[in-house]
Design a protein around this ligand. Structure first.
Ligand code: C2E
Ligand code: CA
Ligand code: CA
Length: 810
């Protein structure tokens, strides 16, 4: 139903009411119109027979008038002196000419003189035989009544004929006059009675009727002729109906010839009318009705429109108000509250909703623009403020510069984790305070963007000013924060971006400041002003991460092994697992190009798992070849901070059926120092599982051996920077020596990495270092090449071959 409605009707209630009312009114009008029509028609139909009978009388009167005119003319001739003289003197020639002239004068086509015995003595016009027959038929009546007349067929067409006596003073003859009945008769009928007349004739009782006079269409005349007309029946039937082409006609028949006369030649008059036409209401009545209908519709429409307006206008006002509310404008009050009807009710409900939603909205707005923890503006408000500042600067032609300083606290998560969230919150609060204290100018704005990110907006601040403010902020962070009983050292990465120098709009300005901030965090050299090169770096980073993910999925990573050897025997005791990336276009990518990045993004965890599993496979393979080695795997800070790491490793051991003793896990000092408590927990669990643990790159950090003593480690790996310079640098040699001694005192095995030549090997051997790793013995190689390398290594040391066979493959 709804779908059938045009859309404008569906959308407007007013239009629908108007349309519906008009449709109703229209139906009512149609109904009354047809009722009027029907009753008019009925009435008209009931009087039809009477009309036809009246029509018949009119016809007869017309014929009578004709007859009188003829009789008059005939009498005039009968009394004409000249004519009588001619008749009496039997002057045939004069008789004939007078008959002709006089007949023509009165419009008669037939004129004849008959003797007293009704014999034809002279004639003009028709066939004399017909006239004689006619005369003999009229004779009896004329003899009785003096004048006789009838309608007769002369030459096949109906004529009106009269017979008048000529007296002198006795009857000396008869004058006959006649003229044909023509369409004039029908025309007169039409004029007088609005009825049609048709004359049918037939030559004998058995002959068919044929229409001889009519003003009706030929088709109807023929149809009438085909009906069965009987003299007796027709006289008593006022109306018969004849149907032609679905149109109905009412017909009344009147025999004009005396019955059974002249061998049953007959003339029949049919008075007729079209019933449909007769019952149709007259045109002016129709026009009148239509006009009334139209007028009614117009008046009614106006009425309905006006009253609908009174409903829909306030409704529309309410709907506009609702739209306003929807768009967030709660200021304008709703109209129509004073009305007492349903609309007033609705308006009051709306008004109530407006005020209560408005209040809520204000609350929400407050929440939406302020940071509840620090009471500072939040990111949304800050962004709006930056936008407004730019708009204002653009409006004033001075183009006063704008600067945004963005900060991200270092190790905030660490504070949260170690000291708890409450202290974390306190810290954020006092950072906010400290920042606000740095702002002495009125127009500047400090905001907390979220998490441990803060920002400062400097209106009318150029790059130089921004840099000095940033320096001041950095200096402010140098002073430790006192939070309850804790003293916390805070640092922050600080980035600066300026408008219009670095960005054309607020969003870009903010993101540039952020980019600068991350760059500052990476470099840890104090506040940094945005530079286009940072952006390039950060986009590279993103694509690198995607590529790294694919590297794992597409099997682009390779495991390399670098041998670890026993210094005293030269035996291959283990190997360090080192990852390589066989990039489809860049070739072999060294780990320093993606490991630091993987550590930053946390992807290192995935990578570590991959290395750990790969090492398990190769350990099994080497084992099968008779090479039972300890494989060293590198762990990074992120791995250590993952509390599930021991569990994950354990699961992989079970999966590959490899013992924990097959592994040595290398951890750098700095990885442990990032979060010593958690690192220690993880290391304890790893050690408990049976993993061998090694401190990697020893000497580069600041951890004391005393501290390391508390860790469950088995091995210490002296950083290659010391080993490589050991032969030339005496200080480094001393460091190596003391490290070896101290480590041995603590019961740790010592490994030296970066052994690049035989001299270093010898020195280390003399210092009683336990193991060595370096290019001198072997570079990192594809893990699959390792077994072959080990065999070749063995062959290169013939003097030890016999003795070491057992030792190498024990
Ligand atoms: P690292 O753990 O200290 O690994 C030893 C690095 O020293 C390796 O570099 C090795 O090729 C190199 N090296 C060994 N002997 C010598 C030598 O005689 N002279 C010189 N100049 N260098 C030598 P590589 O393979 O390029 O790895 C660099 C660093 O990348 C590694 O340092 C390690 O921190 C990291 N890395 C490599 N693979 C992995 C891994 O699978 N996981 C983790 N977390 N880090 C890895
Ligand atoms: Ca290592
Ligand atoms: Ca190392």
């Amino acid at each position: 139903m709804k779908r059938l409605m045009p859309s404008w009707l569906r959308r407007s209630l007013g239009a629908r009411i108007v349309a519906f009312s008009l449709a109703l009114l229209f139906l009512v009008q149609i109904a009354s119109f047809s009722a009027i029509r029907a009753s008019l028609g009925q009435h008209a139909r009931s009087v039809l027979p009477e009309r036809l009978v009246v029509g018949e009388r009119v016809l007869l009167t017309l014929l009578d008038q004709n007859a009188q005119k003829l009789t008059e003319g005939a009498r005039l001739l009968a009394t004409d002196y000249g004519f009588r003289t001619a008749v009496l003197s039997n002057d045939a020639e004069t008789i004939a000419s007078v008959l002709e002239n006089h007949g023509a004068r009165i419009g008669a086509t037939e004129a004849a003189l008959l003797g007293a015995d009704f014999t034809l003595r002279g004639a003009s016009g028709s066939d004399t035989r017909d006239l004689a027959a006619l005369a003999s038929r009229l004779a009896t009546r004329a003899a009785r009544g003096g004048v006789a007349g009838e309608i007769a067929l002369l030459g096949g067409s109906p004529h009106q004929v009269v017979l008048v006596p000529m007296k002198a003073p006795v009857v000396v003859g008869w004058v006959l006059m006649g003229f044909p009945l023509d369409t004039r008769l029908a025309t007169d009928m039409r004029k007088l009675s609005a009825l049609d007349v048709t004359l049918l004739t037939r030559a004998s009782a058995s002959a068919p009727w044929s229409p001889t006079l009519t003003n009706q269409p030929a088709g109807l005349a023929q149809a009438l002729a085909r009906q069965a007309w009987t003299a007796a029946g027709d006289a008593t039937t006022p109306m018969r109906t004849v149907t032609l082409d679905r149109e109905e006609f009412g017909v009344h028949a009147r025999w004009l010839t005396p019955q059974a006369a002249a061998g049953d030649a007959a003339v029949l008059a049919l008075v007729s009318l079209s019933i449909d036409e007769a019952v149709r209401p007259p045109r002016d009545l129709q026009i009148g009705l239509a006009a009334i209908t139209l007028f009614g519709l117009v008046v009614f429409s106006i009425g309905v429109l006006v009253s609908t307006r009174r409903v829909t206008t306030p409704l529309r006002a309410l709907s506009t108000a609702a739209d306003r509310l929807g768009a967030g404008d709660y200021t304008a009050p709703i109209d129509g509250l004073e009305r007492e009807d349903e609309i007033g009710h609705l308006a009051r409900a709306f008004e109530q909703m407006r005020t209560s939603v408005g209040e809520k909205q204000a609350q929400i707005l407050n929440l939406a623009y302020w940071d509840s923890l620090t009471g500072l503006p939040n990111r949304v408000q800050f962004r709006d403020a930056v936008r407004d500042a730019i708009a204002q600067a653009q409006a004033g032609d001075g183009q006063a510069p704008i600067a945004v300083i963005m900060l991200d606290l270092d190790r905030f998560k660490h504070v949260n984790d170690v000291l708890g969230y409450r202290v974390g919150d306190l810290l954020l609060g006092s950072v906010g305070e400290r920042l606000s204290q740095q702002m002495v100018r009125g127009g500047d704005l400090v905001a907390r963007l979220g998490g441990d990110e803060f920002a400062v907006l400097l209106r009318h601040g150029d790059a130089a000013l921004a840099e000095s403010v940033a320096q001041r902020i950095g200096a402010a962070f140098d002073e430790p924060l006192k939070l309850e009983e804790h003293t916390v050292d805070m640092g922050a990465g600080i980035g600066i971006a300026c408008w219009p120098q670095h960005a054309s709009d607020a969003d870009v300005l903010l993101s540039r400041a952020e980019v600068a901030m991350y760059a500052a965090k990476r470099r840890t050299e104090g506040p940094l002003m945005y530079d286009a090169s940072f952006d390039a770096a950060s986009t590279q980073t993103l694509s690198l991460l995607t590529e790294l993910r694919q590297a794992v999925e597409h099997g682009e990573l390779r495991l390399f092994l670098q041998p670890k050897l026993q210094l005293d025997t030269g035996r291959v005791s283990g190997a360090e697992a080192l990852v390589r990336w066989l990039h489809p276009t860049r070739g072999l990518v060294p780990p320093m190009e993606f490991i630091p990045f993987a550590e930053q993004t946390g992807f290192i965890r995935t990578l570590t798992m991959w290395v750990f599993e790969e090492a398990a496979r190769h350990w099994l393979a080497l084992q099968a070849e008779g090479l039972p080695l300890t494989l060293s795997v590198n762990l990074s800070t992120r791995d250590l901070l993952d509390p599930d790491l021991p569990q994950k490793f354990d699961a992989l051991l079970v999966k590959h059926r490899v013992p924990a003793e097959a592994y040595c896990l290398e951890i750098t000092e700095s990885a442990i120092m990032d979060d010593p408590t958690r690192a220690l927990a993880t290391l304890n669990r790893l050690s408990a599982l049976g993993f061998r643990l090694s401190i990697d790159d020893f000497g580069t950090g600041y951890s004391s051996l005393a501290y390391l003593k508390r860790l469950p480690v088995d091995e210490l790996k002296i950083d290659k920077s010391f080993v490589m310079s050991m032969e030339k640098d005496l200080d480094d040699a001393k460091i190596v020596r003391s490290t070896i001694d101290l480590a041995h005192n603590l019961g740790l095995t010592v490994v030296a990495e970066g052994v690049e030549n035989a001299k270093a090997w010898e020195m280390l051997r003399e210092l009683a270092c336990d193991e060595a790793q370096g290019y001198h013995m072997g570079r990192p190689m594809p893990a699959t090449d390792f077994a072959a390398w080990a065999a070749a290594w063995l062959m290169k040391q013939p003097h030890r071959a016999v003795a070491s066979t057992n030792m190498v493959f024990h």
